[in-house]
Design a protein around this ligand. Structure first.
Ligand code: AMP
Ligand code: GLY
Length: 423
């Protein structure tokens, strides 16, 4: 098969790396890809949201399947674009329909779905400019801290957690009246605060059947000891140590099964990944968010632990025969640590020469934000490389990643040195 993968981060490098190992895969194109994917796939300088150019590429290169990495093309309806085009409709797209992608694209849509299908989640109400006063009253009825979420996509920045009522009212007004998060915040979901521990679970579904992938947890804050600004993720571990079989059983029966049944019941076409963000309160799981893609950097630990042929899995998703495949998972622990550009998640510089990648032999180095130029690999984003290692336990895996990070260098390189402190 010839496969087109959309995206350019560490998630996409890990997906492409895994697909390239499949005997079913003859050739991979990545749009736009990075210096890591370029080593074994063909990068094409097309934006994942430029559907017109994607169509031309798919037809010219006789692509057999499209795998979507990030959420934007899904929320913009790439699945439906293929279905509605007479020349593209026989080519499977791995990802949900536009309606399915609303589970990530609209917090309110997700909350309505959760409530309708009786899936445990935090109590909530949503408000607009017109109902601002009601929003104030709702805040007054809650106990702090207050959770405010911009309804639309806000690049992971649309959630505010505030301990003070006046501040919460101020921020609510700011979002609704002053467009703090642009149009993403023209509707705001106010949620009950859930006090517990976070865990993410990943599911691959063909719309009828599903497979539960390994659990993972990321480290979101830039600073050691989980301090400072939120990032896309500075590290990840899989499996999550506290995810006991008993807890996983509750997650599957109360949340995963209900979600897939709910999609079916609502006739929402969904053939792709579901990333469910959970908070565990007193050993009971609650959904805090759906994402309609894999996590990044979670993919860099989840996918290496998957022994099953990923292309065979995607083919089964397209054919609705996922029930015929058994998942095989590597029992070892996996850890990934992100190397980022100094300044990230605020201002940072790009174009720094990266050295040492070829000297790392017992960890996987996934490229997150890189490009190649004149035979050199240059940094090309805030998150630059993800160093993934295996171990009999997380501490061994983390140690190996740190040893190999010592061999890597670029000007302003920063990483967290405390990963695993909480395990
Ligand atoms: P989200 O984008 O919905 O995942 O929210 C971002 C982060 O805010 C999550 O990773 C949680 O740490 C936190 N969060 C979101 N909703 C809640 C909630 N209802 N209670 C407590 N923390 C929350
Ligand atoms: N690491 C969190 C995410 O991909 O959304």
């Amino acid at each position: 098969m010839t496969i087109l993968l959309l995206g350019s981060g560490g998630r996409e490098h890990a997906l492409a790396w895994k697909m390239a190992q499949s005997p079913l895969c003859e050739k991979i194109f990545v749009a736009p890809g990075n210096a890591g994917t370029e080593a074994f796939a063909t990068n094409v300088a097309i934006s994942p949201t430029d559907f017109g150019e994607i169509k031309k590429l798919v037809l010219a290169e006789r692509i057999d399947m499209v795998v979507v990495g990030p959420e934007d093309p899904l929320v913009l309806g790439i699945y439906d674009f293929f279905q509605e085009d007479q020349f593209l409709k026989s080519i499977p797209v791995i990802g949900p329909s536009k309606l399915g992608a609303k589970l990530e694209g609209s917090k309110e849509f997700a909350k309505e779905f959760l409530l309708k299908h009786r899936i445990p989640t935090a109590a909530y109400h949503s408000f607009t400019k017109e109902t601002l006063e009601k929003g104030f009253h709702f805040l007054e009825s809650l106990k702090p801290p207050y959770v405010l979420k911009a309804d639309g996509l806000a690049a992971g920045k649309g959630v505010l957690i505030l301990s003070d009522l006046d501040e919460a009212k101020f921020e609510l007004s700011n979002m609704l009246l002053n467009d703090k998060f642009g149009t993403a915040g023209s509707k705001v979901v106010i949620e009950e605060f859930l006090d517990g521990i976070e865990l993410s679970c990943f599911v691959l579904t063909d719309g009828k059947n599903y497979k539960v992938l390994p659990t993972a947890k990321d480290y979101k804050r830039i600073g050691e000891g989980d301090t400072g600004l939120n990032t896309g993720g500075m590290a990840a571990v899989s499996p999550v140590p506290f995810a006991t079989p008993e807890l996983l059983e509750k997650i599957e029966s109360r949340i995963i099964k209900q979600t897939i049944d709910g999609l079916n019941h609502d006739k929402i076409t969904y053939k792709g990944f579901v990333f469910i963000g959970l908070i565990i309160v007193d050993n009971d799981p609650y959904v805090i968010e759906y994402n309609v893609r894999m996590g990044d950097p979670e993919t860099e630990v989840v996918i290496p632990r998957l022994k099953t042929d990923l292309v065979a899995l995607f083919k089964a998703v397209a054919d609705e025969t996922l029930n015929e495949i058994d998942l095989e998972i590597d029992e070892r622990a996996a850890t990934t640590i992100m190397l980022v550009s100094g300044g990230y998640p605020e201002e940072y510089q790009k174009g720094k020469v990266i050295s040492g990648i070829e000297t790392v032999t017992d960890s996987l180095v996934f490229h997150a934000g890189t490009k190649s130029e004149n035979g050199q690999v240059l940094s090309n984003g805030g998150r630059v490389l993800a160093v993934t290692s295996f171990g009999t336990d997380h501490h061994e895996a983390i140690k190996k990643s740190y040893q190999n990070i010592n061999k890597l260098h670029f000007d302003t390189m920063y990483f967290r040195k405390d990963i695993g402190f909480d395990l």
